[in-house]
Design a binder for this molecule. Structure first.
Ligand SMILES: C[S@@+](CC[C@H](N)C(=O)[O-])C[C@H]1O[C@@H](n2cnc3c(N)ncnc32)[C@H](O)[C@@H]1O
Length: 425
């Protein structure tokens, strides 16, 4: 265990607690971290791993800490982040003996905060080591403790869902990051390799969880491409940072060697749109000259609650903003964000407003004969029911429905994605 890796993870974790730059806390997906923490330009796979495990163990840790301190706050607050990283490490890094790990953490603590908090931290780490068997039994029997209490209450009618999600969070994630290459081939890289590749921009690799990739591949397989169409137009109404559009683009350019492709990418958030532009430009830099000459894209700020233009579109994609509970496996940071009750009710309103706008556009564009794909990276029963009832309504207009669902997948790295592919009949 390297001191610098722990310190880098601690720096990000603590800034997450107190976001600077008057913005909300950044996402902890690897590529976002590289953007947000340029000063940590040697961010290693190991520091990312410490950080991921800290986010995953946060709620379980809080129960233990509260018991240990009898509810008293830890001071300074950043020490709590440090204890969290240590706690998650002791419980999940089985290759290194507990004693050795504890001593390394105490050395790091001493170098950062001096001798003051040493006694407290020492007692805490010893208590974790002593309770190891009990803690592991609790994790095995009550994995739902890894979820925030308000989420457990909201999903009280689906205890199996809580258990399943908790179990997934408590387990060490695969050390590989899944994604795709410029030709749309599935690719899996170790986080350290992905970091080096992004830092050096030496090859194209777009990170994307397996569930989303499976959905895009399924969608692509359902579309019938007519040779008379020129160009094929994809309108992606909730597009940033562009993962699904890029995978669709790669597959299209590789498999249709003559038709040009135009991607109209929209999003309502300026900063995310900037990210999307960077990703699209980066993607273009790796295309072969032939494919580049057939590919056009534009990025526009657009609120899908107010404007959805379906004219001249062959595929309309709605990857809806959602609470993200289907992506907890790779984005455990959202446990403290979009899954809380307040953010979730906003998300439900947003989804309903976008779908209502889509319905109006379908009414005013009767000539639209393209494909509509709606996707949700959420396990939340209410969010799913909202899209379901909308889809039932538009089926009356003569679409055929193909449902896609990775929730029941047994593949470890597969996230929960739910999608409705509506094909013209
Ligand atoms: C699930 S993400 C899209 C991910 C993207 N499709 C991908 O594969 O990389 C949802 C996106 O919807 C955007 N969004 C939220 N509200 C919106 C609105 N009212 N109109 C358009 N986009 C919106 C968010 O900024 C976010 O980028």
């Amino acid at each position: 265990m390297k001191t610098q890796d722990v310190l880098d993870a601690l720096k990000i974790r603590t800034s997450y607690r107190n976001p600077t730059q008057n913005t909300q806390a950044p996402s902890i997906s690897l590529d976002d971290l590289l953007d947000d923490y340029r000063d940590l330009n040697n961010l290693s796979g190991a520091s990312y791993d410490f950080l991921m495990m800290a986010f995953r163990y946060e709620y379980f840790f809080k129960i233990f800490l509260n018991d240990f301190t009898k509810g008293k706050p830890v001071s300074p607050p950043a020490m709590e982040d440090f204890l969290l990283i240590s706690f998650a490490s002791l419980l999940t890094r089985t290759a290194e003996p507990l004693e050795k790990q504890s001593n390394t953490f105490l050395e790091i603590l001493k170098s950062k905060w001096g001798l003051g908090p040493l006694k407290f931290a020492n007692a805490f780490l010893r208590q974790v080591s002593r309770s190891m068997d009990k803690l592991k039994a609790t994790i095995a029997n009550n994995p739902e403790l890894f979820l925030p209490v308000e989420l457990q209450k909201r999903w009280a009618t689906s205890p199996q869902l809580c258990k399943r999600m908790g179990r997934q969070i408590s387990e060490r994630p695969s050390p590989f990051i899944s994604g795709f290459d410029i030709k749309g081939n599935f690719k899996s890289l170790k986080s350290s390799e992905a970091l080096t590749l992004w830092q050096n921009k030496s090859d194209f690799f777009q990170a994307m969880d397996l569930g989303s990739q499976l959905f895009v591949r399924e969608l692509f397989s359902k579309i019938k491409f007519s040779e008379t169409v020129n160009p094929f137009v994809i309108s992606d109404f909730c597009s940033a940072p562009g993962g699904k559009a890029l995978l669709l683009g790669s597959l299209f350019l590789e498999q249709n060697k003559s038709t040009p492709l135009q991607v109209l990418a929209y999003d309502s958030k300026w900063n995310r749109l900037e990210r999307l532009k960077q990703n699209l430009n980066n993607f273009c830099g790796f295309l072969s000259p032939e494919n580049l000459s057939r590919f056009k894209f534009s990025c526009q700020l657009n609120d899908a609650r107010e404007n959805i233009d379906l004219r001249n579109t062959h595929l309309a994609l709605f990857d809806l903003p959602c609470s993200g509970s289907g992506t907890l496996h790779s984005r455990p940071d959202i446990l403290g964000q979009s899954l809380n009750n307040q953010d979730r009710s906003q998300v439900l309103g947003l989804q309903a407003a976008i779908l209502e706008r889509l319905q109006r556009s379908l009414e005013t564009t009767p000539e639209f004969k393209g494909v509509i794909a709606i996707s949700l990276c959420s396990l939340d029963p209410e969010e799913i029911a909202g899209v379901d009832s909308f889809v039932k309504k538009i089926l009356l207009r003569g679409f055929r429905l193909n449902e896609f669902n990775t929730f029941e997948s047994t593949q470890e790295t597969c996230e929960g994605i739910r999608a409705w592919i509506l094909l013209p009949s």
